[in-house]
Design a protein around this ligand. Structure first.
Ligand code: WT7
Length: 658
């Protein structure tokens, strides 16, 4: 059934919507941070006066070999930014910092999962390693425009390989190390890559986990692959094929310098596949000048980065766009010192993250709501054991953050001092688009607030008209932005159809959103996560947030299940907090709590207490599988689950919950 369109809401629904937005807490920027913030409110006005001049100024943060002639060439929906300009991304991320006298500065504090296994990589080290790797790739015959698949764990060779590709103008396609052989071969074939860079394995939850067998299986299906470069990380036995070459045999003997050539501002930098709910994965294509401009600017403005003093840690995997933009390109372009952590948050104990914060004196932390909810579930006493007084800015990304999780994060991780920036963006947008600015915005827990300076986002109804304050609809972006995807690799038509056809002349993000009475934007999850209950549009996120605001609930996932009476009915899956005993009346208690919080229309038909929720490896809840459970179907494809046994645990719970 097609969801009710936001533009045709009844008055009744509008009333429900305003009930759903009853969050009134505000967190103003700390005075000290505001006084010395990188970006002030003036930036919004400056960008509003002349958006392109604003982006020209941000592009000037980079070092160009040749300055651009035209800021934007917009042949809708195909954009070219900084036309005629030339630069080298690796030079901008590495060499220029060394040339400026910062060679001894730490680029990465790399922390392996096995305790005590760490490496410090300075900008001078990085320059040497990138140069050697660039030489190595060229020796293998990789040239400008060739595609290189990268299937590595979170080890230094991953950013080094990406930068080496960027340096020689090869296009990297990083495939997350948790993906299957089928997923890997599909991506290799779609991009027609000629080399794969991988490792014997990586560490995961305290044990080596093999990668090479997956690559061997994938490469069998990919005749276009000429070489497989293998990093020795775990020392696991690996089968050798005639395409294999060890990283240490190839890279270590290379010259330590490499002359970087400038590339066109629109030269492709990388392809990154997004799964999408259905259909083949889409190869999102990002290019050089605009991408680096916006990742650098947003990393500087949204996190208030002070490269001299900050220690920045983004906990994402580099295999996702968050890692591309905010572990590799943005931070390095800004000359930041970052932490890279290889492992999981619970290895060898549940305080590992906070131990890392304490060890390196992390000042800026960027993580995801799913992680935050997990930490809440593990208990307040764990972070309390560590000294985290160095933290000054916290970030969130990946899904809407429930207000309760936001407040917990601020309080238990940020010591009630730190602003929390809830950053909305996508693989496709390349960089942060909507977010508070930590020195400017009085942030509301759960709201991404306003488009950043230079970005024109809006909430529109079904016809593409602005809904205005107090209205709900779809998130759309009105003007092209520097780090936008340029197309879907090899499929311009799909690019047009997916993003630029829903609304005339606007980019359709696929997210539901609301504008509150102050004009601030609240993201409501993917449009396909919007439920239609008795003709009312209810977002799964809002019901989840209501459930998580109950003291007994650690985590919640909500789906709309077909219902003969109401069209869709709300079915909730909840994980209780550690110390809470499951009792018979817990379901009734939670149903009433939601009804009280959001109004009776949002009262779940059913509450199922479960031990775990099904999540993808990037931490997104797979509501599709929960919908199968809720609608009594056999459970669909579980291959993209991080842990495929979770669905068995949930199914076992079913009879008792009915
Ligand atoms: C989708 C994009 C951006 C890097 C990680 C995910 C959701 C992301 C937020 C946020 C509400 C968010 C959206 C978006 N999303 N950040 N702060 N608030 N929703 O990248 O895998 O391309 O997913 O993630 O639904 O469309 P992605």
């Amino acid at each position: 059934m097609a969801p009710e369109t936001p533009g045709s809401e009844s008055r009744e629904t509008q009333e429900t919507l305003s009930n759903l937005l009853n969050e009134t807490r505000r967190f103003a920027p700390p005075a000290e941070l505001a006084a010395s913030a990188n970006v002030t409110a003036e930036a919004y006005e400056e960008a509003a006066r002349d958006r392109l001049a604003f982006w020209d100024k941000q592009a000037d943060r980079l070092t160009w070999s040749k300055r651009w002639d035209t800021t934007l060439e917009w042949n809708a929906p195909f954009a070219k930014w900084f036309v005629g300009g030339e630069l080298n991304v690796a030079y901008n991320c590495v060499d220029r910092h060394v040339e400026a006298g910062h060679g001894d500065k730490v680029a990465y504090h790399w922390e392996g999962e096995p305790e005590g296994d760490s490496r410090t990589i300075t900008y001078a080290d990085l320059q040497r390693e990138v140069a050697k790797t660039a030489n190595a790739l060229q020796e293998l015959g990789v040239g400008k425009g060739d595609r290189v698949a990268v299937y590595l764990p979170m080890i230094p060779e991953l950013p080094i390989t990406m930068l080496a590709c960027a340096r020689i103008g090869a296009i990297h396609s990083v495939v997350f190390g948790g993906f299957s052989a089928t997923a890997l071969s599909g991506r290799i074939k779609d991009a027609d890559a000629k080399v794969v860079v991988t490792a014997d394995g990586g560490y995961r939850r305290g044990a080596p986990s093999a990668l090479k067998p997956t690559v061997d299986e994938a490469v069998k299906e990919c005749p276009g692959i000429e070489h497989v470069v293998v990093v020795r990380r775990t020392g696991q036995e690996v089968a050798q094929t005639d395409k294999d070459i060890w990283w240490h045999d190839l890279v270590e003997r290379q010259p330590e310098t490499h002359e970087a050539q400038p590339h066109d501002a629109e030269h492709p930098l990388y392809i990154l596949y997004t799964s999408g709910t259905t259909g083949r994965p889409k190869g999102i294509l990002h290019t050089t000048g605009g991408y680096l401009t916006q990742t650098a600017y947003t990393h500087y403005s949204v996190f208030d980065l002070k490269p001299e003093t900050d220690v920045y840690w983004c906990t994402a995997d580099i295999g996702w766009v968050t890692g591309h933009s905010y572990i590799v390109y943005g931070p390095l372009a800004n000359g930041a010192t970052s932490v890279i952590y290889e492992g999981t948050p619970d290895t060898p104990h549940r305080g590992r993250f906070w131990e890392v914060v304490q060890k390196y004196g992390v000042t800026i932390l960027y993580t995801a709501p799913t992680a935050i909810r997990t930490f809440m579930k593990w208990g307040d006493d764990i972070p309390a054991k560590f000294d985290m007084s160095s933290l000054r800015v916290l970030g969130s990304v990946g899904e809407p953050i429930n207000p309760e999780a936001y407040v917990w994060y601020r309080e238990h991780i940020g010591g009630n001092r730190t602003p929390v920036v809830d950053t909305w963006w996508q693989t496709e947008t390349g960089a942060i688009m909507i977010s508070p600015l930590p020195g400017v915005t009085s942030a509301k827990p759960g709201a991404a607030m306003r488009p950043l300076p230079g970005i024109t986002a809006d909430v529109v109804d079904d016809q593409g008209n602005s809904v205005g304050n107090g209205g709900g609809g779809y998130l759309a972006i009105r003007d092209p932005w520097p780090s936008m995807l340029r197309t879907i690799w090899g499929d311009d038509q799909r690019y047009i159809d997916t993003y630029w056809s829903r609304f005339e002349g606007m980019y359709f993000a696929g997210d539901g959103a609301k504008r509150d009475d102050d004009g601030d934007i609240w993201l409501l999850g993917r449009v396909d996560d919007v439920m239609l209950v008795s003709g009312h549009n209810i977002s799964t996120t809002e019901v989840e947030s209501a459930l998580v605001s109950h003291p007994k609930v650690a985590e919640a996932a909500v789906v709309g299940a077909t219902d003969p009476v109401t069209g869709q009915a709300i079915v909730s899956f909840v994980i209780l907090r550690g110390s809470v005993e499951e009792s018979d009346d817990i379901a009734a208690e939670l149903r009433n709590h939601v009804a009280r919080t959001l109004g009776p229309i949002a009262k779940p038909r059913q509450i199922l207490v479960v031990p775990e929720l099904p999540k993808t490896r990037s931490g997104k809840i797979m509501r599709r599988l929960l919908r199968d459970v809720a609608e009594n179907r056999s459970i669909g494809d579980v291959t993209t689950l991080a842990d495929s046994t979770v669905m068995n645990l949930i199914s076992e719970k079913l009879p008792s919950a009915k």
